[in-house]
Design a protein around this ligand. Structure first.
Ligand code: 4AD
Ligand code: MG
Length: 445
């Protein structure tokens, strides 16, 4: 085994993705053994790096003795360095092959605990290793690009990224699903939404977003709930309810389009049709809760005014859609204390949910915010009476106070990054949209 001292190349090293433009040249790759096959005096090693896989042919009589010995003893997932000439070869997995001249093992892997057919539970227990699989690598690359495209869209639209605290005293939403913790003897919570803090920051920065985790102590096990998820929350001074929806559809369309245009190879590997992503363009359908109710009942549901939609209703409503659908003007009983009453229908509030196609569920929740002090106080008291809850007003004082000093109309939304990823990549389960999922039954690794 060779150490770092006698590595084959100094940086810059090449990557697998450089192969097509390096045909005929000698390059050095660093990676891991994905597969290996031997026949007599020839060993085929499939090398994997962050950009893909490539076949490396090691011929006994074309390499020095040490290289041959290393290639022979190297096991699956051993880390290696290979130096050789790039050839086009139709028979190789990716159409290219490295004709190895030097082969070094950096570290011999112990027998890898994940083999071809494994239970979902084992793959979750060995998540730290399963992340090396081609599928997880593709998803994690797509995730990083999606995060990048979200930030780039907002950054180029005059937003400032801000960083709210994650340990809080006040509930941002219902508060029912918060993780409680002991904060030096005081009761505190892991945040379920950063909205209240984002609101505070529009008074200086006007358009802000935070992109940090939110925590929900959801006991229900579903394919779209995580206990810790990455929450993009945008808050904009002066934006109306309608401009808020415009922004959401532009953001999501921009991410889908860039993914389709710039990451075709990842999409192909994940079996995602890029043309489906290119169809995601503004405008998205906007229907009221009342209209949604009618559509659902026409399709066989038995819902009455005031009923919330479950998984079944979400699917029924979006099964044939190509683009997400906004459902807005919800009965006020179903929505949060910060949403203003809809002047056109006082039974409802100016809040919207964005439902992804094919039953992938709600990806964004947004609303205009109550910006007048008296109106907010009235609404909070109304919620207390209607829901039989009691706000601990002391915890909301600072947030309420924002309405005393130069308040402005404003709107905002929260988008679950993993919900977006699950839908865009058509994943069966939200846990695969995040490297180390946290769910009610999983805290490790
Ligand atoms: O609809 P929610 O609860 O809205 C809020 O938290 C608002 N304060 C957001 C805002 O206006 N700033 O959550 C927003 C989004 C949902 O639409 C969903 O995409 C995601 O967060 N989400 C979850 N994602 C994964 N796992 C969970 N348990 C989630 N709960 C909500
Ligand atoms: Mg919601």
């Amino acid at each position: 085994m060779s150490g770092i001292g006698d590595r084959l190349a100094k940086a810059p090293a090449f990557h697998v993705s450089d192969a097509p433009k390096s045909v005929g040249s000698r390059i050095t790759l660093r990676g891991w053994i994905h597969r290996k096959r031997e026949s007599g005096s020839l060993i085929f090693v499939i090398l994997r790096d962050s950009t893909g896989i490539i076949q490396c042919a090691v011929k006994k009589d074309s390499v020095d003795q040490e290289s041959w010995k290393s290639a022979k003893e190297a096991s699956i997932e051993s880390s290696i360095e290979v130096s050789g000439t790039v050839k086009e070869d139709k028979r190789a997995v990716t159409g290219y092959e490295i004709e190895s001249q030097l082969f070094r093992v950096v570290h011999i892997s112990e027998p890898f605990p994940i083999t071809e057919y494994q239970s979902t539970e084992l793959l979750l227990d060995k998540r730290h290793l399963w992340l090396r699989s081609r599928r997880m690598t593709d998803i994690m690359r797509a995730r990083a690009y999606i995060f990048r495209y979200i930030r780039e869209f907002l950054d180029s639209d005059s937003f400032y990224e801000v960083t709210p605290p994650l340990i809080t005293k006040a509930a941002g939403e219902t508060g029912a699903d918060m993780f409680e913790l002991d904060y030096f003897g005081q009761k505190a919570y892991l945040t379920e939404s950063s909205q209240l803090y984002a609101e505070a920051m529009i008074f200086s920065l006007e358009k802000v977003y935070s992109f940090v985790p939110s925590f929900r102590a959801e006991k229900s096990r579903t394919v779209k709930h995580l206990a810790e998820y990455w929450h993009l929350e945008a808050e904009m001074a002066h934006y109306t309810f309608y401009e808020n929806m415009d922004l959401q559809e532009e953001l999501i369309s921009s991410v889908a389009k860039r993914l389709a245009k710039e990451q075709e190879e990842i999409l192909t590997s994940l079996n995602v049709n890029k043309d489906d992503l290119l169809k995601i363009r503004p405008p998205f359908k906007r229907i009221t809760y009342e209209e949604a109710l009618k559509i659902l009942n026409d399709r066989g549901a038995k819902l009455k005014w005031g009923d919330d939609f479950g998984v079944g209703e979400e699917r029924l409503l979006t099964q044939d859609e190509e683009k997400p659908v906004f459902i807005h003007s919800w009965p006020k009983e179903l929505k949060s204390f910060y949403m203003p009453i809809n002047p056109r229908d006082e039974r409802t509030v100016l809040g919207s949910d964005l439902q992804a196609p094919h039953g992938h569920g709600e990806i964004v929740g947004g609303s205009e915010r109550i910006w007048r002090l008296d109106e907010l106080m009235n609404r909070m008291h109304e919620v207390e009476t209607a829901k039989g809850v009691k706000f601990n007003m002391k915890n909301y004082e600072w947030w309420i106070e924002l309405r005393k000093y130069g308040s402005v109309p404003h709107s905002g939304f929260g988008m679950g990054a993993e919900r977006l990823i699950k839908w865009l990549l058509n994943l069966d389960h939200i846990r695969d949209a995040i490297p180390f999922p946290r769910m009610s039954n999983r805290l490790e690794p």
